[in-house]
Design a protein around this ligand. Sequence first.
Ligand code: GLC
Ligand code: MG
Length: 534
Amino acid sequence: MADLNDPRTYWWRNAVVYQVYVRSFADSDGDGIGDLPGITSRLPHLADLGVDALWITPFYTSPQHDHGYDVADYRDVDPLFGTLSDADDLVARAHELGLKVVVDLVPNHTSDQHEWFQAALAAGPGSPERARYLFRDTPEGKPAGTPPNNWESVFGGPAWTQVDDGQWYLHLFDSTQPDLDWRNPEVPAMFEDVLRFWLDRGVDGFRVDVAHGLFKEASLRDQIVAEGGRASSGQVNTDHSMVSRDLKDEPMWDQPEVHEVYRAWHRVLDEAGPDRMAVAEAWTQTPESMAAFVRPDELDQAFNFAWLLTDWSAEAFATVITDTLAAVEPVGASPTWVLSNHDVVRHVTRYGGGARGLARGRAATLAMLALPGSSYLYQGEELGLEQVDVAPEDRQDPSYLRTGEVGRDGCRVPIPWGGSEAPYAFGPGEGQPWIPQPEDWASLTVDAQTGAEGSTLEFYRAALAARRDFAWTAGEDVEMLDLGADVLAFRRGHITVVLNCGEAPVPLPAGDLLLASAPVDGGELPGDTAAWLR
Ligand code: GLC
Ligand code: MG
């Protein structure tokens, strides 16, 4: 029996967590939109795959302007996705199968349909109702129509919207997602209650949306924008131009006061038991600022977007590994690794798409799964899915609707489970689900790949099974090895991991081949391939 007083034994420190994008995982009622009973019915797939936990994106009452990241009631399930009792069934069934359940918490903003925002609109300027959000007047001496500062929404356009009486409210995302004022004590009090509500229902953890948001510099001063643009680090751009390494002036992100909130949440989680966790989505600018979120009395983990932002380069991967381990070591947190999620271009496509993108994607995954800490997988990556080129008329992402740029729909296409045409057993209905699926997915379905030699699904199953054996025993030390400029190589415990980022084959080091991301023979590791050796 694990000693839960020893933090090294907490389940999430070495977990593989599978992200379920609720609208697109499985549909039980034939409306073309995924839902909670759909997830419950497919939990055996996750157990077979060999993951430890699932994180489910927001399924709370919401007008769905940002597909659930605009919450109107944090304590209820949207009828689109089911009922509270469906949520209870999901948690119970997951626990029966040995899977932990992490739910999404969205504290930076509410929906404009939340009762607080509706009351704020009705109550007018200067009211306590408006003081839960960031309402401001047009700056003195400026023409009507001038917003309070120069901030831009992550989804494009100004971060301020004007209401009928002339005041403005701040929204770092869509105008239907007003930012809360976390300096108002009613706000933290509400969210502590929400945490307790879901902890009481048995969830094992929370993924904290925009965890680096919440507080804005109190003055709400202008952002100092460097010449040549402003690319916010609030989120990865949906094109391939990722955030730069230069530090930017960001009075809207990562303010010191936010850490007090997470200390309070740590106490709330502790009250519920020693094995409840929280993982931060925090697009911070440096590894050190990320580590601040996972100090021993704050959140438990933070997504390490550095791995996802890294180009296909052995040297770059090695730097990320070294920097990540160095950043979390002083605070004692477990590192995390992630290649894809519902906000970014799927990694097979980022790596060039087609056979080569898939080979690289599998290789990067195998290297990732050998690293200490937790790996976060995104639904569909176990099938090798690529980003879909969604037709303009089918796009639904608010960032597309605000800017006309492609947006994130292409990584949110519903999962193909079986059959030879849409909806590929996604649900009982006929025809296309909420985002149309491509015509050539028949060979990518879970059914088609199950038992098929060399399939991406069987590769993930084998890799997760192999990882299980050693994740808890291999320790947290990683020794980097030098096998040439194109090769990422490291040793952890009794495993040596080799990832060949080059094109030419390289000799494998000594040891028994345990598994590889592509066929290997003759003692050489082909390009775009990774292997584990004992
Ligand atoms: C996070 C979510 C993203 C959402 C945004 C606003 O970045 O991952 O999907 O649009 O927050 O809540
Ligand atoms: Mg449905």
